[in-house]
Design a protein around this ligand. Sequence first.
Ligand SMILES: [Fe+2]
Ligand SMILES: [Fe+2]
Length: 387
Amino acid sequence: MQSLALLGCTPPYYNLTHHRTKPPSPVVRFRLPPPVSAMATPALRPQVTHSMPPEKLEVFKSLENWATDCVLPLLKPVESCWQPQDFLPIPSLPSDDFTDQVRALRDRTAELPDDYFVVLVGDMITEDALPTYQTMINTLDGVRDETGASPNPWAMWTRAWTAEENRHGDLLRTYLYLSGRVDMLTIERTVQYLIGAGMDPGTENNPYLGFVYTSFQERATFVSHGNTARLAKEGGDPVLARICGSIASDEKRHENAYARIVEKLLEVDPTGAMVAISDMMRKKITMPAHLMYDGQDPRLFDHFSAVAQRLGVYTANDYADILEFLIGRWRLEKLEGLTGEGGRAQDFVCGLPPRIRKLQERADEQARKMEPHGVRFSWIFNKEVSL
Ligand SMILES: [Fe+2]
Ligand SMILES: [Fe+2]
């Protein structure tokens, strides 16, 4: 989709040039192309690693007690968390009762349109690539889980966050499976391709960049699951609406945790944090599933994004709204004590939302002049959906 492409929602290998200010001597490598069978398109963006100066590791060490007191409480105790089974037919019931529950589920989903399923499947696949996201967070210097069971609060957060997130894909996958509306085999293949391909958010092992990325991304998923909840309700499935709504409320809590970390970084290192926010926004926030592929459509992610945009589930305007929200939440316009570089980063970020909206208006204008066309999605048995 053209408009989302302008906002960085296309795979990063289209963005061969971007400008950034780098701390001294980060290690720059080019990623070796993965085996052809496991990828949608070759990734060519330079791979920058370890861009945080080593002395800044101390910042994260010094914030460990703060993280214990102010971040870990945003996790929910397991016993008070919902589980997928709370929303699904109960398999231990007598067979007739179980099949009645499955039939009711299929009746509820029968009237939902195909394009809704394209978006819900894309969201589910994004959630199902969770191993990639835990890996990505564990690439971040100073906050990674060094042992796999580290008692460090940053590591405890990441493991428990992953455990909470793990319910999202499980629930959506089982619900979609029982609905009978989607081709599970092609969906499962897409998940396998996607986890094999990974992701490239451009966070450079740098927790400043990493936490800006996750703040943005958790809010993006909060917005999109909230919208799939609304559409499920309008389409006649109140249970699916509650499912998407419950996932959205987890995302909101997670967004709050990551945004709180960036807020703290802005307090202890205003220029460092401000420059990191600007760096991520210059690179544009890449969606986590940007390398998705089903073995058939090399532009699957663009096509999925275009349908999400058309249904209003996640749009270019949402991207600008999220940025505007974070600018307000972090009070970036009023931030003081910045160096010259920090001030320039502040001006860039605070001036960005209206520029994004203007670009979007222009892209919408162009899109209106184009012939409407459809694309077939393997996930819904190669039925055509208009973009
Ligand atoms: Fe999630
Ligand atoms: Fe999330």
